[in-house]
Design a protein around this ligand. Structure first.
Ligand code: UDP
Ligand code: MG
Length: 339
């Protein structure tokens, strides 16, 4: 299932011979954000055990589960799994903070040579990670998995996400990876870089692009979720999409400005036309309907522009509060348990 495409998103410097050399087996931590995943965990544990036993000498895989305030048996299952395995760590957040913050909690704690991010529902097959590790060992810093197919996802979801990427790219100054989620392998350089980005309204897609480094894509077939239900719904997705656009660029503000400009210029031209007409043909009373249309249109545009400004202002408000993105309830990091 592997097809590395060196023409896509490769950073300056090209491929060259950048083989990474390690004295000891490099450690790679797999970060797994979980929220109410009790149904998916048994299968996930099996596949992770399989990954470790097949790894051989190339990599020492560790697992970091971040529980994002689950209300089901997820925490107990992770605790049990970690109890007998030295290479399994976990962080339990104090409530549900969302996947973005759950990933940040992991990024803050992971001290390995590289890190991979996968979903708990096995939509991102862990068996692909060794191939991604090969690319990392050849010198790439960010091996991002791009979906070739999206089985188990409806037509509408596929269409909207396709459209979303295109809009985002049109507005963004940095190159955005199309059909790419959070499934990727990141070198330590990238982990340290991501740690420095402390914004509140996090959008990983934006941040992964923004940090740069040597990127390479890796095509894969996205599986349907093994068990349980997706936590996403349309209101949540629309919120995330708006966040993405607004945290990527200030283009919407410019759109509001351009609308204002076009409407004002049209109004001036129309005024000149009316003055000329009145001077030539005398006073003309009708015009009630056009007056109403113009008033409503202007009112609408003004409200829209205010709304856009408000969105940015709200973001500024959230940033200046400087709240931590997540809080930890309990953790086991590098074998050290804290409660
Ligand atoms: N997730 C999370 N916090 C949330 C929602 C989801 O940590 O508030 C995790 C979830 O457990 C899963 C991953 O994020 O491991 C992706 O979630 P999901 O499968 O529901 O999203 P989809 O694949 O449908 O986009
Ligand atoms: Mg999923």
């Amino acid at each position: 299932t592997m097809a590395a495409d060196t023409t896509n998103g490769t950073a300056p410097g090209g491929e060259g011979n950048r083989q990474r050399i390690f004295n000891n087996t490099p450690t790679i931590t797999i970060l797994i954000p979980c929220y109410n995943e009790e149904e998916a965990l048994p299968a996930l544990f099996d596949r992770l055990d399989g990954l470790r036993s097949n790894a051989g000498e190339t990599a020492d895989y560790r697992f970091m589960f971040v529980d994002d305030g689950s209300k089901d048996a997820t925490r107990g299952m992770i605790t049990d799994y970690a109890a007998t395995r030295e290479h399994v760590d976990f962080i339990f957040l104090s409530r549900n903070f969302g996947k973005e913050q759950a990933m940040l909690a992991g990024i803050d704690a992971i001290e390995s040579d590289a890190m991979a991010i996968i979903d708990a529902d096995l939509q991102d097959p862990p068996e692909l990670i060794p191939d991604m590790v090969d690319l990392w060992l050849r010198g790439y810093d960010d091996v991002y998995a791009r979906r070739r197919t999206r089985r188990g996802e409806g037509f509408v979801k596929r269409m909207t996400s396709h459209l979303y990427y295109r809009v985002l790219q049109a507005m963004s100054p940095v190159r955005i990876q199309v059909d790419t989620g959070d499934f990727r392998l990141l070198d330590r350089k990238c982990i340290l870089a991501l740690r420095r980005l402390r914004e509140t309204g996090r959008n990983s897609k934006a941040l992964f692009s923004w940090i740069g480094f040597r990127k390479i894509e890796f095509l894969y077939d996205r599986d349907p979720r093994v068990a349980g239900k997706s936590k996403w719904n349309y209101p949540k997705l629309i919120g995330l999409a708006m966040d993405g656009i607004m945290s990527f660029s200030t283009a919407p503000l410019r759109v509001a400005f351009c609308c204002g400009l076009v409407v004002s210029l049209t109004a001036i031209a129309y005024a000149i036309f009316i003055i000329a007409r009145t001077l030539t043909f005398g006073v003309d009373v009708p015009g009630y309907a056009s007056l109403l249309v113009v008033t409503l249109l202007l009112g609408g545009i003004q409200l829209l522009a205010l709304g856009i400004i408000g969105e940015y202002l709200g973001r500024v408000f959230n940033e200046v509060k400087h709240r931590p993105g997540y809080l930890v309830q309990e953790s086991k990091i590098d074998g050290e348990h804290q409660d």
